[in-house]
Write a protein that binds this ligand. Structure first.
Ligand SMILES: NC(=O)c1ccc[n+]([C@@H]2O[C@H](COP(=O)([O-])OP(=O)(O)OC[C@H]3O[C@@H](n4cnc5c(N)ncnc54)[C@H](OP(=O)(O)O)[C@@H]3O)[C@@H](O)[C@H]2O)c1
Length: 231
């Protein structure tokens, strides 16, 4: 079986399990100390993957912010910034989005086969567009990233992407931050959707750390035998 990167899922959610509040404003679930922790995890990653809805809704930069961490990556002979990766079926992405515009490093867009030509036309100046299959399969994405040299993949959401990585047993570690607030809106995005997950009452995930960080708490779960190998 082809190999895949060590894969860490990173996510902040409300006490009632939501990733956002369905408003036009980005919901800040974390705090400064936790953003810095996430920056450190990013700095240890070869690539960061998010779903296209997160690119559209949040317009994230997905860059390592700390100059010291960037310098450390350079000293270690690594690219200054992790590779940025997204997946899309519809290929409706703005080439001016910060995902593409921020940072000089490469960006990859895994696109469904039937929209790959359209995506190439609109995005080829700012990203490498890759036929990810019909539909895009996360295992294929993972294996292709590994073939491109990615050994440590950080997945930063949103819910559809987390659902697939967890449901397809493609994750080695989950870093889940719980914020002390409720969202309570059924139209908001949940951490994960319905699915068949490998972890159940008969196969419980292994909790390896709980860490209060100001008013949030980090829960770290080992999801595979590879836990901890790469971080
Ligand atoms: N709290 C946090 O830590 C956190 C982190 C990230 C995001 N978020 C929130 O999460 C929300 C977005 O989550 P979401 O679940 O709606 O979306 P998402 O997972 O970010 O992205 C879903 C989109 O990704 C593409 N996609 C996903 N799986 C695919 C596949 N197998 N093949 C091809 N394309 C695929 C599709 O894009 P197309 O529609 O382009 O086809 C799909 O609509 C945002 O509002 C954001 O604020 C929160």
């Amino acid at each position: 079986m082809p190999d895949r990167p060590y894969t860490l899922l990173s996510c902040g959610m409300s006490l009632d399990g939501f990733l956002d509040d369905a408003s036009d404003q980005r919901l800040l679930l974390s705090n400064d100390a936790d953003f810095d922790r996430v920056d450190e995890v990013r700095a240890g990653s070869d690539a960061i993957l998010v779903g296209a809805a997160t690119v559209r809704n949040d317009d994230p930069r997905l860059l390592v912010r700390s100059p010291e961490r960037v310098a450390h990556r350079r000293t270690a002979g690594r690219p200054a910034q992790p590779l940025k990766v997204t997946v899309t079926n519809r290929a409706k992405l703005d080439p001016g989005a910060r995902f593409f515009a921020a940072g000089t490093g490469p960006k990859l867009v895994y696109c469904a086969s039937d929209t790959v030509d359209m995506a190439s036309g609109e995005l080829s100046a700012v990203a490498t567009v890759i036929d990810g299959g019909a539909p895009v399969e996360m295992r294929r994405v993972s294996e292709d990233l590994h073939a491109r040299g990615v050994r440590r993949l950080m997945v930063e959401g949103g819910g559809q992407v987390h659902t697939q990585f967890l449901g397809e047993d493609l994750a080695d570690e989950l870093q889940l931050v719980v914020a002390p607030l409720f969202v309570g809106r059924p139209e908001a995005t949940r951490f994960v959707g319905p699915g068949h997950y490998p972890w159940s009452a008969s196969r419980r995930a292994r909790l390896v750390e709980t860490r209060p960080i100001g008013d949030v708490v980090l829960l770290r779960y080992a999801l595979s035998e590879r836990f901890g190998l790469a971080w």
